[in-house]
Design a binder for this molecule. Sequence first.
Ligand SMILES: C[S@@+](CC[C@H](N)C(=O)[O-])C[C@H]1O[C@@H](n2cnc3c(N)ncnc32)[C@H](O)[C@@H]1O
Length: 301
Amino acid sequence: MMSKLTDCVYHKPVMVKEVLSFVTERKRNVVVDCTLGDGGHSWAILANSPDTFVFGIDVDDEAVTVADNRLGSMFRGRFKATKWDYRELPRHLARFAVPRVGAILLDLGVSSRQLDQAHRGFSYWAEAPLDMRMNPAGARTARDILAESDEEEIETILREYGEERFARRIARAIVERRAEREITTTIELVEVVKGAIPARARHGTIHPARKTFQALRIAANDELSRLAGALRECFGLLESEGVLLVITYHSLEDRIAKRVFKEIQAGGLGTVRTRKVIRPSEGEVAGNPRSRSAKLRVIQS
Ligand SMILES: C[S@@+](CC[C@H](N)C(=O)[O-])C[C@H]1O[C@@H](n2cnc3c(N)ncnc32)[C@H](O)[C@@H]1O
C-alpha cells in the first residue's frame, strides 16, 4: 500500500547534536519547537530527554499533521503539536497556562518538504503556481506581490531580501512582462529572470533565479520584519538559565539574531552562549547539502 504524503519524512534536521547539547542540559524541561517542520528536532529532543515536554508549532498545516502523526502517539503526554505562528508565542503559552519554559528553538526558513513539493511554488526547478506561502491561509502569494507591487517595490524586495545585484534589471523585466501577461508560475518567473540578467550570470554555480525566489519567499511570508521582535519576546518567555536557540540560513536572518542577542546581553539580561557561531560539521554538510549555510546562535537567560 502506498503511504500518504504526510507519512513520509522529507526534512533532515540540522545540527541535531549541537541543539541537543544545549536543550538537554536540564533533565526535566519544557521546550518550544517554534518551527516543527517534519518534527526532526522535536523527535530528537523527546527521544533523548525522557522527562521533557515539547510544544511544537508551525504555520504550515501539513507540517503540524506530519509531526503529529510521527510523534503524537510515540511520545503520548509529552508532545503537543498546534498550528500557530511563533510571532504570537506568548499568547499560545498563555492558553496552556504556561508562563515560562526552559528552551525555545527556532529553525528558520523553508523545510525540505515545502521545497520538494512542487505545488507549493518554492522551487525554481519545477513548474507550479507562484505561491510560496508557508501558511496556506497567508495573505499574499508571491504571484500577488509580483502583480500588485510597483517596479521600485519589486526592486527593493529583490535587493533587500535577495541581495540580488541585478535587482533593477529583473524588476524592470517583471513589470514589462506583466504588462503583456501576468506572471503566474515558477518557470515563467525563471524565464523572466534569465532574460533580464547578463549571459555570464546565467551559467554560474548558483541558479540564476535563486536570489529572486528567496526574496519573494521572504516577502510572501513576511519573514524578516517581525523576527527581531519575536526573538525578544521568545527570550522573555524563558525561565532563569533557559536557552533560546536560533538556526538561520542566510545572512539577513543571522544578522538580526546576532544583533538582538548582543542587545539582550548588553542590557544585562542574558549571556550569549555561542561567542563564535556554530556551523554544521563537514560530515553533516556532505550528508545534507541543505545544511551548508546553517548557523546556530544560542543565548541563555
Ligand atoms: C527549516 S523548517 C523546520 C524543520 C524542522 N526543524 C525539522 O526538523 O523538521 C522551518 C519551518 O518553519 C515554519 N515556519 C516559518 N515561519 C513560521 C512562523 N512564523 N511560525 C511558525 N512556523 C513557521 C515553516 O512552515 C517550516 O515548516
